[in-house]
Design a protein around this ligand. Structure first.
Ligand code: GLC
Length: 519
């Protein structure tokens, strides 16, 4: 097991920095705040922390609009704070992964300010300028093209007009962006999560996208067309491979790609001879209906499609998706955790999942997310899953001394770290238990996965390596009885049956999951 690279054994914890811990009372989380919570993360048992963007930014898309790739936004602290955080993380054996946003900059980035200043500026071709727009849409609503009166042309933006897309066909852009990677790699960061990897390059003929026959009125406007020519273009793979080459100039680093594509296309991002992303994020569990049959299908399809030697990974939530405990309910969220931590590969969790945080309702006047502001009321908003981490039962949950940028959940007097630490059956204690289990039983990390079975909405599968481990997950809310030869309970979602021996049959309460060490 020690032979596996660290990231193959890892549980990665995503921190949304605005919402994790505020240290200076401005209501927005920051780097010293994260530093003050590293011991909590060590105790939780995670191996790596991925921090969403912390670079100087006008915050039109909360840091995904970057004005300087090699700095730290004053809201989050200073470069000295960052260096301290990195050092403190490493001292505790935690790896640090940064967010790399290659597809677009802020419209306030000096590169874009130059680019838009005149048609013959040397950085003109660093962005995508055209005389006429085509039908490519912005992912945040409306056209992807913005007219710029200074030079009488349109520039393309996959997201907000404040986020102009870089032109990755220009070698100078490639060089500049790869130097950004090297800047952070030299500092010692352990890898990158690459934002919208599958969007990085677009059709060079700017062909119109075909209409989407499945479009229904009321859906987000960018669903009107199929993104054939502005996403997942064949040329993207050469960029990903080159990016991986840069990361591999340094030892022991990882390249993770954000990619929302169906499984067959997703797999191509491992690259020819696995020279692409180490981990193209597998978002299947974010989208799949919560039924044993659907999950079994996804598991089967995913592992069958995995290229030889490619390392799997799974995710239950992130800063763009409704929280799992809201999507499937608090009880089933425990079952989901057990599923996640018994699957082979690298696992990524989202802050707050471990205490069972749910989406927080956001009143219209509290909305922050531009995705919601641009297309209100159709479920595009991501504020509900970005609310402050709940550390204790104080009025703002121990997140800030000031006024939080988004409201804290009303249930935070019960759903918080301090309370759950004291309760042996809490979600937090379950998470700790499950994460620790992977260390004690590495068969869970790298053992074979087989015997996936579904009956009456109960999902079972076997993990085989040095040990035989059976996982049984009851996705119903009724008691079920399943036949089982003989096994000892290693972990259990209600946290009250550990060590119990089951033989012949196992009785599972509603929404109960069991991990059994087979005799
Ligand atoms: C990614 C990020 C998302 C952001 C978008 C534009 O999807 O995860 O939060 O809004 O890219 O950068």
């Amino acid at each position: 097991m020690q032979d596996l690279e660290w990231w193959k054994r890892a549980v990665v914890y995503e921190v949304y920095p605005r919402s994790f811990q505020d240290s200076n009372g401005d209501g927005i989380g920051d780097l010293p705040g994260i530093l003050s919570r590293l011991d909590y993360l060590v105790e939780l048992g995670v191996d790596a922390v991925w921090i969403a963007p912390i670079y100087p930014s006008p915050m039109a898309d909360f840091g995904y609009d970057i004005a300087d790739y090699c700095g730290i936004d004053a809201l989050f602290g200073t470069m000295a704070d960052f260096d301290r955080l990195l050092e403190a993380a490493h001292r505790r054996g935690l790896r640090l992964i940064l967010d790399f946003v290659p597809n677009h900059t802020s419209d306030q980035h000096p590169w874009f300010l130059e680019s838009r200043s005149s048609r013959d500026n040397s950085k003109r071709d660093w962005y995508i300028w055209r005389d006429k727009p085509n039908n490519w849409a912005s992912n945040f609503g409306g056209s992807g093209w913005e007219f710029d009166a200074t030079t009488g042309q349109y520039y393309y933006h996959s997201f907000l007009k404040e986020q102009p897309d870089l032109n990755w066909r220009n070698p100078a852009v490639v060089d500049a962006m790869f130097d950004v990677l090297r800047f952070w790699l030299r500092k010692g960061v352990d890898g990158f999560r690459v934002d919208v990897m599958w969007l990085m390059i677009k059709d060079d003929e700017f062909r119109d996208n075909p209409p989407n026959p499945g479009f229904r009125p009321g859906s987000p406007s960018n669903h009107r067309f199929l993104p054939v020519y502005n996403s997942n273009r064949p040329e993207v793979h050469a960029i990903v491979t080159a990016m991986r080459g840069v990361v591999d100039e340094f030892s022991d680093r990882v390249l993770i790609g954000e990619i929302y594509l169906p499984i067959p296309q997703l797999m191509t991002y491992y690259g020819k001879d696995l020279q692409g992303a180490n981990l193209p994020f597998n978002f299947q569990l974010l989208q799949c209906p919560w039924s044993a049959a659907a999950i079994a299908d996804v598991m089967g399809e995913y592992y069958r499609a995995l290229p030889e030697g490619a390392w799997p990974n799974w995710v239950l939530g992130n800063h763009d998706q409704p929280r799992i405990a809201s999507r499937i309910g608090k009880l089933q969220a425990r079952v989901a955790a057990m599923l996640l931590f018994t699957l082979p590969g690298t696992l990524t969790m989202y802050y707050g999942e471990e205490i069972g945080m749910t989406n927080v309702p956001i009143a219209p006047e509290q909305v922050q997310d531009p995705a919601e502001k641009n297309e209100p009321g159709i479920g595009q908003g991501r504020d509900p899953e970005r609310t402050p981490m709940c550390w204790d039962h104080s009025p703002v949950a121990g997140f800030t001394m000031g006024v939080p940028w988004l409201p804290v959940g009303e249930d935070h007097s019960r759903v918080n770290v301090a309370v759950e630490q004291q309760d042996s059956a809490s979600m937090l204690r379950l998470y700790r238990k499950l994460i620790a289990l992977r260390k004690v039983h590495p068969t869970l990390i790298s053992g074979d996965l087989h015997a996936i079975q579904v009956e009456q909405n109960v999902l079972r599968f076997r993990r085989s390596g040095a040990e035989e481990i059976e996982v049984i997950l009851n996705l119903t809310h009724e008691q079920v009885t399943v036949p089982i030869p003989r096994g000892t309970v290693l972990a259990e979602t209600h946290v009250d049956r550990e060590g119990e021996v089951v033989a012949g049959r196992a009785v599972l309460r509603g929404a109960e999951g069991l991990v059994l060490l087979m005799a």
